[in-house]
Design a protein around this ligand. Sequence first.
Ligand SMILES: NC(=O)c1ccc[n+]([C@@H]2O[C@H](COP(=O)([O-])OP(=O)(O)OC[C@H]3O[C@@H](n4cnc5c(N)ncnc54)[C@H](OP(=O)(O)O)[C@@H]3O)[C@@H](O)[C@H]2O)c1
Length: 268
Amino acid sequence: MDKIFGFIGAGNMGGALARAAARKLPGSNIVISNRTPEKAAALAEELGARAVSNAEAAVSARYIFLGVKPQMMAALFDEIRPVLDEREEPFVLVSMAAGISEARICELAGRDVPVIRIMPNTPCSVGQGVVLYHMNSLVGEEDARYFLYSMSGAGLFVELAEKLFDAGGAVSGCGPAFVAMFIEALADGGVDCGLPRKTATELAAQTLIGTSKLLMESGKHPGLLKDEVCSPGGSTIEGVLALEDAGFRSAVAGAVIAACSKTKELGK
Ligand SMILES: NC(=O)c1ccc[n+]([C@@H]2O[C@H](COP(=O)([O-])OP(=O)(O)OC[C@H]3O[C@@H](n4cnc5c(N)ncnc54)[C@H](OP(=O)(O)O)[C@@H]3O)[C@@H](O)[C@H]2O)c1
């Protein structure tokens, strides 16, 4: 039997993950529900999937994605818990909620159930995301394997201990905001030097993509990639030292540390 992927909450992240699923699965294997049903209907039409109620998603899906904001999770469970209690077919809950542990999801479900906790990021919407994941011990091997295959259109899946989710999320979950600021700043410099804005942004963005690819494919340390661009007495080293003067690296590391502590504080 085909395993249905059900997305409850078709917002930014739920929608991005449903689109990722549609890269690997036929639309007929995807169901989508949302508080504002028009949003689920529009996404379902785009993907050739079916728009359903929360209850129907909870009753029919093998993988039930919980795509609501963390503060809405308890209310959502009040709605779907009775449906889950009645189910005879196995299911897996997939939570993307920042700061909500697998144990808390089981508590909300009223019993120990298979849970996959994920922390996706916004580039999942173009298939280039990072998805941190951790599965509790009740997720079977076959369910785990099929999940990873079916969702691989979202980007890179990285398994991480649950206790490191806040740290990982501060890098890859919050990272797109930091990286976007860097691209904007790189382009600002270009504009100040006379480049048209559109060209400057394109150069900056592609330079990030290319450097990242080079780093990942060559396996070289980032410091070495930097050294390779810096000729003695040249322009790049001048720019590198200007960044050092401005505390660039400690500012970026500090942003990650600040984001991580805020996540921990919000999770309390
Ligand atoms: N955005 C990110 O970068 C990011 C990264 C990692 C994890 N996350 C996690 O992803 C989750 C969703 O965040 P988001 O940014 O996608 O938020 P969002 O855009 O606000 O989406 C939330 C969606 O849930 C729907 N919803 C709310 N209550 C519902 C209910 N009871 N039943 C069905 N649908 C319901 C909302 O419907 P309406 O259309 O009626 O508002 C909305 O479409 C959060 O837990 C967040 O922590 C987000």
